[in-house]
Design a protein around this ligand. Sequence first.
Ligand code: BES
Ligand code: MN
Ligand code: ZN
Length: 499
Amino acid sequence: MTVPKLALSDNTGEALAKTRADVVVIGTVAGEDGPVLAPGAAAVDAAFDGRLAGLLATLGASGKAEEVVKVPTLGKLPAGVVLAVGLGKAGDALTPEQVRRAAGAAGRALAGTDRALVTLSEIDLQAAVEGTVLGSYVFTEYRSEKGDAPLAKADFASPAEGTAREHKATLKAAGTIAEAVLVARDLINTPPNDLYPASFADRAKKLAEDNGLEFEVLDEKALKRKGFGGILGVGGGSSRPPRLLRLAHKPAKAAKKVALVGKGITFDSGGISLKPAANMDHMTSDMSGAAGVLAAVVLAAKLKYPLEVVAHIPLAENLPSGTSYRPGDVLTMYGGKTVEVLNTDAEGRLVLVDAMVRAAEENPDYLIETSTLTGAQLVALGNRTAGVMGSDDFRDRVAAIMQATGENGWAMPLPEELRADLDSRLADLANVTGHRWGGMLAAGIFLREFVADGLDWVHIDIAGPSFNTGAPWGYTGKGGTGVPVRSIAAILADIAANG
Ligand code: BES
Ligand code: MN
Ligand code: ZN
């Protein structure tokens, strides 16, 4: 991963004359009769004798979201090009997400540029930084021809409000948060022949060491000794055995303890209940939850959150073979509950509850679990809205935070009547209901069976939002998106501030 080198500059007016940037990025808003220049663009407009909006309109610009128009400056400015990016219509105010998406679209269009001066930061510094970094990301690890290099340096014009000290702190936090998202994206985008339980564990160990986190890995022998029947069952069909990771950020003063759990199926073929061939390759992303919580715990250490944050990451590869678990098997999960497997493709919940029960042993104040758990999430909410389930108050709090970060979680219920559909002929519980209705919710109800009463917990189903199979949009490229890393960061910050 390459992250652009980030720096704070003066406000646009001061910065313009002396900038060494090749491109100046300005925002445009969609007005009634064409593009209207956004805050931050005034000084650039002055260099064009106040005729920039008219010039952009002549070029066909409207200010609609993510529109990109480049204008040569012909010596009017030290920078050779002005890049005008659309923010869309402004309501009462421009939202952070409008700024983030516009900065992301600009970031994508700046591939091949060495240095840019971004003026969108005069509207919202954090959103401009996040959008620029996330939008400029490309994953070219496996290409012989790398194409245009991503933007190398980004300078951000200082907003009018606040002190330079505050702006520097915002820049650093936003840059660190965006980089954490890219850590998750890199892991998700790495193909399953290179990213499997043991290699994921190696990468996590390196990150833990570099950032002063406690690190522990249980291999298949340790998992067997301790009774992690879910992880061992799911991982049994692969020649590459499963793992369970624990990474802990333990500051001297911690107000609260937060446990994170992320689904780490490094490839999900469905197992003996084999998936159809079409799009099975997307299941390279079935470890997005694991990537997300790994990035989040590293971030907690980098930003020194005054919280204890412990990530638990179950890793397994779900493959069919002579050693696979089968439909009809009964697994004894960590903690002793038994589960009858009726479908080996409902594997995520099996590895997750082993890790959730272990996480709860440390008595956290909050348990945040995230996973690419069900295709039903996509049916219910589409590919850009995560399903948020769990204990009522915490669920609503998390959904509201996800709305604010632009990661768009939506609160969903756990209807009581679905519980009986998980009854098993043999065991304490079956892993599927035997019907399709409310599949996302049924998975949530399965997880709830393993959560102690009274623990504040949330389950975030990111099956759709974690992986972009379509065209790039906003600050989201193709492939791994890094959802819900920014939301976990915001939840942790909220818990640190409000308990
Ligand atoms: N990893 C899948 C869920 C998934 C589907 C994620 C599409 C991303 C995109 C999960 O393990 C799975 O296969 N779930 C089954 C559950 C079913 C058997 C009850 C599903 O959704 O079909
Ligand atoms: Mn599956
Ligand atoms: Zn899966």
